[in-house]
Design a protein around this ligand. Structure first.
Ligand SMILES: [Zn+2]
Length: 593
């Protein structure tokens, strides 16, 4: 079977000024057959790659540091928010890691300046290895002016986006510490960076490229707070892109087009869980892939079969426990437990809408300071190593998957159904927690919001595209930061469309499964009716075609009657500024420069 070529996401200059129907026809017509799905562990259909695939679960992950007698690898038990019996359930790993923040006697985590030095030391070290490219990529600045940086590691001809694309190897993007009070992911990514450059993970670079953002929220990390300096939770900002920190990650993803994205976090161990259930959280790792409306089925299947299952095995091999990611509301009366949210706002979900295999890894860490820190880092290092190995092993399959999915999405415009809003399904789940006194396992049955089966709350036929008014500059700028193709209308025209008529409106706050999202502004909650009519498109207004790979992200942003939309969050200030275009328009339009 011949794999379909991916539609280009970068503007093609030769199209400029073409009549739109011609442009639209480029990606329209024939339905693309689904690729054969290899049996788990079966032979990939992709052409053989010269380098041997590394084993899915490397026996040794990092170069061990000798444990000297008297070495302090954990803080005194007196600092623990629970009994010594509970603490004893989490022995230090057999491997000891040594980033700046993990050094003996140290009381603070690796500082922002130390991370910068670490990345530069690794690039200097890599420059002595023939064929290995390591570069620190400036991504912008945080709200307080800290450098946002990524480390690119590759055996491509260069470390720029074009060189990585030309290498034919899949790129994995690893993101740490979007939440400033979740340090283990960041420390683990420094270990991973070192092991890829000069250690035991180095053979991986024969088959994959890796980009590491060790600390996505340096301002939050500097003061140990979850949110960014201005009070916004950047991990609810990946569709809207109001923060420079989320913008920097969107730009990086747009330019380097990763196939796999890992988002490293930590979760609350005591706090509201202890208050609600009288128990301590047990699992070393909580895991979840993208679970939001319209994520292509094959992307989810790849995340489950090629990544999550080997990851569970890798953790088990290291004696570490795992469960689906879950959290609970800050309302102590609400004892429901929910898997990670279904809204298209987190990095996990928005990267799923970008057709990447998007994986959230959380270790037990929030609220316990430096307690069990080596074990938390070890959990992240073990999990991320497994993801790297899975990507290397499935490089050929992944290289086929994304073009198929993107081609398929391009053919769905104008006809197939899109889910505008979806929610989790309520059921029950047994979780193992720990008795706070004895440290023994305690099985607790909870009301459980599963994000694995989505309930459709609102569906609509996919339009051919969306029209946006000339004044919608902010929305256009944010869509383009994501890599969405937006066309500018070059001559006045008109199109058959659905106009949104407001049927109700209320002010509200954006919610996630924890409660109201840390957010500066109120949202506009609206209900709409669709009215068929003619949409006038003056020169300078915009057309966003849906026959493009990011069509699902466009739907999440532009259908106005959801809490995550650009309208609800006032990036589009009136329903008159957006319309659904319901037949292929005959417009003269051009790509934006
Ligand atoms: Zn987090």
């Amino acid at each position: 079977m011949t794999p379909a070529r991916p539609p280009r996401r970068t503007p093609d200059k030769s199209r400029t000024g073409l009549l739109l129907p011609l442009l639209l026809s480029l990606a329209a017509c024939t339905s693309v057959p689904l690729p054969p799905w290899p049996a788990p562990g079966g032979t990939p259909k992709a052409p053989p790659v010269a380098a041997p695939a590394p084993s899915a679960a490397p026996a040794a992950i990092a170069q061990p540091v000798p444990v000297r007698p008297g070495m302090v690898i954990a803080p005194p038990a007196a600092e623990a928010p629970y009994s010594a019996a509970v603490a004893a359930r989490f022995p230090a790993p057999s491997i000891i890691y040594n980033t700046p923040g993990l050094q003996e006697g140290r009381s603070s985590f690796t500082s922002n300046a130390e991370i910068q030095t670490w990345l530069r030391d690794l690039t200097a070290e890599a420059s002595r290895s023939p064929g290995l490219k390591a570069a620190v990529l400036p991504m912008g600045q945080s709200q307080r002016g800290e450098a946002l940086e990524a480390l690119v590691l590759t055996r491509a001809a260069g470390a720029d986006a074009a060189a990585l694309a030309a290498s034919g190897r899949p790129t994995v993007l690893l993101i740490g510490q979007q939440h400033g009070d979740e340090p283990a992911g960041s420390e683990a990514l420094l270990v991973i960076a070192r092991e890829l450059t000069q250690g035991l993970l180095r053979p991986m670079l024969e088959r994959i490229n890796v980009i590491i953002v060790p600390r996505a929220n340096p301002d939050g990390a500097a003061v140990g707070q979850r949110v960014t300096a201005g009070g916004l939770d950047m991990n609810r900002d990946h569709l809207l892109l109001n923060t420079p920190e989320a913008q920097a990650l969107a730009r990086l993803t747009r330019d380097y087009r990763p196939t796999v994205v890992v988002d490293a976090h930590e979760y609350t161990v005591v706090g509201r869980f202890l208050q609600k259930f009288g128990a301590i959280q047990k699992y070393d790792a909580l895991l979840q892939y993208a679970t939001t409306a319209n994520v292509p089925e094959f992307v989810t299947k790849a995340a489950e079969e090629w990544f999550r299952r080997p990851l569970l095995t890798a953790l088990r091999t290291q004696g570490l426990s795992a469960e689906w990611y879950y959290t609970t509301s800050t309302d102590l009366a609400d004892k429901k437990v929910s898997m990670g949210g279904t809204q298209p706002d987190t990095g996990r979900n928005v990267n799923g809408l970008k057709n990447t295999v998007s994986l959230l890894i959380e270790t037990r860490g929030v609220g316990i300071g430096r307690l069990h820190l080596q074990r938390r880092v070890h959990t992240h290092v073990s999990a991320i190593s497994s993801v790297l190995a899975s990507t290397a092993q499935r490089a050929g399959d992944l290289g086929q998957l994304k073009p198929y999915v993107e081609k398929e999405l391009s053919t769905m415009a104008c006809k197939e159904e899109a889910v505008v809003e979806a929610g989790p399904t309520l059921g029950q789940q047994e979780l193992i927690m720990l008795d706070p006194v004895t440290g023994g396992d305690r099985a607790i049955r909870v009301e459980w919001n599963s994000a694995l089966t989505l309930r459709k709350l609102k569906t609509r036929v996919r339009p051919c595209g969306y029209w946006l008014s000339a004044g919608s500059k902010t929305a256009v700028e944010r869509l383009r930061l994501h890599g969405v193709q937006v066309l500018r209308v070059a001559e006045p025209g008109s199109m058959l469309g659905d106009i949104y008529r407001e049927t109700s409106r209320a002010a509200g706050a954006r919610q996630d499964v924890r409660g109201a999202i840390a957010d500066a502004g109120q949202i506009v909650r609206t209900e709409v009716a669709l009215v068929r009519g003619v949409v006038d498109a003056p020169t300078g207004s915009y057309y966003v075609p849906l026959n493009q790979p990011l069509s699902n992200l466009v739907i999440a942003a532009l259908e106005p009657d959801t809490q995550s939309s650009y309208f609800a969050n006032q990036l589009i200030d009136s329903l008159d500024n957006v319309a659904r275009v319901m037949s292929e328009p005959a417009l003269r339009a051009e790509d934006l420069p």
